[in-house]
Design a protein around this ligand. Structure first.
Ligand SMILES: Cc1cc2nc3c(=O)[nH]c(=O)nc-3n(C[C@H](O)[C@H](O)[C@H](O)COP(=O)(O)OP(=O)(O)OC[C@H]3O[C@@H](n4cnc5c(N)ncnc54)[C@H](O)[C@@H]3O)c2cc1C
Length: 448
């Protein structure tokens, strides 16, 4: 199994402060359930399992440290969007799928937010709401269509804002209108995943960090080999997201694609004065290859998105991309000229998990003793928290309405082997880029 590459530290991990990792596994241990992966999915699932059945012996193995993967690096938006957005999801999977998926995602945001508040988790939580802004006339049409679509299938908490209304919240002269959805929550992801780790440990979950799983056999129980110890477990949770292809049973279910982010130094009142942004709203644009951005509590602008990275044969060695970081800097200047001289203090990136049909997938793997979750397409912060409950119900074989969700136990279209895999994903990305170009043809070059 490949060693996971080192990665430039995200703003969230870099500013986390001292972190003490749990020791490596250095013995042969017997548990009931092994969870592989210490991101939101793994940590939250371990917690849910232990809370559901406190007598279960649950151990979590993380290759690096908790939050090393996307959960410690993301844009921090806990949102209802699934896949590539409302309109695209309806087009690819139909309106009923969108309706069911959106119900699940609303529940996911509320579930995560409730957990944070109930357990008083220190993660800079703010229920800021979400803006999807239009910067061209074509995007106005696309966003208005999305608002109408969602309203027509029964979701009335999604609104169209005029240019004046959106600019009262966040003022860029490039904004021509926006979709507004108040439900979204912003968090500090590194703080959240590690606060959840503390919670899971208090509930009795055993954590082993710097403990990569290198081999698994499954007769009769799972034998999970790590460099210095072995875990025997009756059941296994694969919570390895964009790294899942490293396991033979999950090899073709998903591939990693890469998104990149930058953060500015804390902005001054003078720099922010023309922009407003008093409500700290999370903002995305209406592209396929979206830009996503927010203000942190200490008033840094954090922006991600734009060009998406792909690698040959699913290599994971692509967490840095100089050109995309430059692109993001230019995009900040394009939207907010008052920030032209803001210093960039952090630049990072990481893999998100992509399925062939661009929607999430979780379910049983083989029999009912192993479950997996992957394919969040860059929208897994809230989703992973409700998925944890779904994975719990699958593994404990509980009746639950969560299992009716259209992501659960559905056939996953396999990615083909190379070179067809690269050709397929490059064609999808190429199509998305061409469509973005078409929607943005009226913009100057620096705005694209
Ligand atoms: C830069 C970036 C920005 C994003 N922005 C957003 C956003 O704003 N909103 C949103 O909703 N989503 C966003 N996402 C996606 C979101 O972060 C993920 O969907 C979510 O964090 C997935 O959590 P996870 O626990 O499933 O996976 P991860 O957090 O990736 O955790 C998987 C873990 O498995 C571990 N692992 C892998 N292999 C092994 C092994 N062999 N043995 C042991 N451990 C192993 C890894 O080290 C990793 O810690 C973003 C993703 C990225 C990369």
């Amino acid at each position: 199994m490949t060693t996971l590459p080192e990665s430039p530290l995200s703003l969230w991990l870099d500013t986390y402060g001292p972190y003490s990792a749990e020791p490596q596994l250095k013995e042969d241990l017997d548990v009931d359930i092994a969870v592989i992966g210490g991101g939101f999915t793994g940590v939250a699932t371990a917690l849910e399992l232990k809370r559901a059945e406190p007598s279960l012996r649950v151990a979590l193995l993380e290759a690096k440290t908790v939050g090393f993967g996307a959960s410690g690096r993301n844009g921090s938006f806990a949102m209802t969007v699934v896949g590539l957005g409302f309109g695209v999801t309806a087009m690819l999977r139909g309106k009923q799928f969108l309706k069911d998926a959106h119900h699940y995602m609303m529940k996911a945001v509320d579930y995560m937010d409730d957990l944070i508040q109930r357990e008083n988790l220190d993660c800079d939580r703010i229920r800021s709401g979400f803006l999807r802004t239009a910067t061209t006339k074509s995007y106005i049409k696309r966003i208005q269509h999305d608002v109408e679509l969602m309203n027509s299938i029964g979701f009335d908490d999604i609104f169209w804002l005029s240019a004046e209304e959106v600019r009262e919240r966040v003022n860029s002269e490039k904004y021509l209108g926006a979709l507004w959805e108040p439900r979204m929550v912003l968090i500090n992801p590194a703080k959240l995943v590690r606060a959840e780790k503390e919670l899971a440990m208090k509930a009795g979950v055993q954590f082993f960090e710097n403990t990569p799983v290198v081999e698994i056999t499954s007769q009769p129980n799972f034998k999970i080999k790590t460099p210095e110890g072995t875990l025997s477990a009756e059941k296994v949770v694969f919570a390895t997201n964009a790294y899942s292809h490293l396991f033979p049973g999950l090899k073709r279910k998903q591939i990693p694609a890469f998104t990149y982010m930058i953060a500015t130094e804390p902005l001054t009142d003078k720099q922010l004065e023309p922009i407003g942004w008093k409500g700290f709203e999370g903002v995305e644009d209406a592209r396929n290859l979206i830009h996503y951005y927010r203000l942190t509590p200490d008033k840094r602008l954090v922006m991600g998105g734009g060009p998406v990275g792909l690698t040959w044969a699913n290599s994971l060695d692509a967490d840095s991309d100089e050109d995309t970081w430059k692109h993001l800097e230019k995009h900040i200047q394009f939207l907010f000229p008052s920030l032209s001289d803001a210093k960039i203090t952090h630049r990072w990136g990481g893999p998100f998990s992509v399925t062939v049909n661009l929607t999430p997938s979780l379910g049983y793997l083989g029999g009912k003793r192993a479950v997996y979750s992957l394919g969040c397409i860059g929208h897994g912060v809230s989703l992973s928290h409700l998925n944890a409950c779904t994975l719990r119900d699958l593994l404990l074989e509980r009746q639950s309405e969560l299992l009716d969700c259209p992501f659960v136990n559905r056939k996953v279209i396999p990615w083909p082997p190379e070179p067809l895999r690269m050709a397929t994903i490059s064609a999808i990305r190429g199509y998305l880029q061409v469509e973005d170009w078409f929607y943005e043809r009226e913009l100057p070059k620096e705005g694209r």
